[in-house]
Design a protein around this ligand. Sequence first.
Ligand code: HAM
Length: 418
Amino acid sequence: MVFQSPRGTADILPQDQPQWRFVEQAARRMAYRFGYDEITTPIFEDTDLFSRGIGSSTDILEKETYTFPDRGGDSMTLRPEGTAPVCRAYLQHGMNNLPQPVKLFYIVPNFRYERPQSGRYRAFNQFGIEVFGEQDAYIDAEVIELAWKYLEALGLKDLSLTINSIGDPSCRPKYIEHLKDYYHPHIANLCADCNRRINTNPLRLLDCKNDPCQELIESAPKSIEMLCPSCDKHWNSLVSNLSNIGLKHTVENRLVRGLDYYTKTVFEISPPDDGRMSVIVGGGRYDGLLEELGGSPTPGIGFGMGIERVIENLRRQKISLNQQNEQKIMVAHIGNEAKLEAIKLASLIRSNGGTSLVAPSRGLRSQLKYAAHIKATEVVIIGDDEIESGLFPVRNLANSEQKSFRKEEIINMFTQNQ
Ligand code: HAM
């Protein structure tokens, strides 16, 4: 039997790497442009970090984590999301003592034991950002703007931005009571998930996708109508900040997000064929999380964006990325002496910062076929005559033009643009 990659995981094959590289580099550029610094946290953390951080009644904690005892008997969990680990790092490294806000981004793999389907994997990658220490809603709008500008810069079209406010500990309990009262007479008609969640996580009833619950969601009480004065002020400020920077949005009462740490602002960005599986960006504010993790009260906000979903949408919208033309030089050789010369030349090109490889040891025709297969941009051809004259033909594989140059010229030509 030949092994297969585990269910819900995928290889990123050589032919897909340029697209991944482009998408990740563009993410880094955009994050730097907004003043974010990169952070990378370990792939696994103490399990308690996630039970405290994400909440034990969330789907992730209930059924999706990869949790295992290590050989010392401590319980570890593979990172299912980036926010809790970045909060942990912020506290552990005393970043709360730095001038605030602290703005961080990450591009990291995450692991969730979900039912695999299109756009939903068990191992997936997120580009995420987190901002700590800023209460003002201008930053909520800026966080959303970063995600939006990034997707726009990649060329994605017809995206939609939905926003909501789910209040904070001073107004949410009242809203939740109200929601429960509203649902109570209809318990018998709710789906099994909602029947369970009405006690464990009633807000999640609003984003149920099962048919029997849709009508009830339509007329459910809206969180933005029950905000306390400070959440209401923050919400109004978010809306006017978004308008100020020209970001079109829809207010969506159903938007509650699947993680327990959110307060006030929540948002999502989705492609045209909306559906739970297709949300590209999800994020929001989490003003109580740092305190929950042992820090002093510190506001926080951020988003996570699934890179696989970004790439799938680029494919679906047939967007070919403006990839840099990287030069890749193959040095071909005819004869033993020429081969030694080819090895030396390829090595010199690399030492000077270029990309080059020596052709495989077979006939010239077959070497040239190989050059086309590996998508070399140029081939330098070395034989006895060339060694004698010191002039080496360089063939451009895109237009088949060929011209001869001296060794030093070749090295300069293939290294100066790198
Ligand atoms: P999330 O909504 O769980 O939020 O995930 C954010 C994004 O990650 C999703 O919108 C989706 O693009 C991608 N994603 C999630 N699960 C999968 C999966 N199984 N397969 C493929 N892609 C997936 C969070 O993770 C929060 N930490 C976001 C955040 C940061 N909130 C504040 N700061």
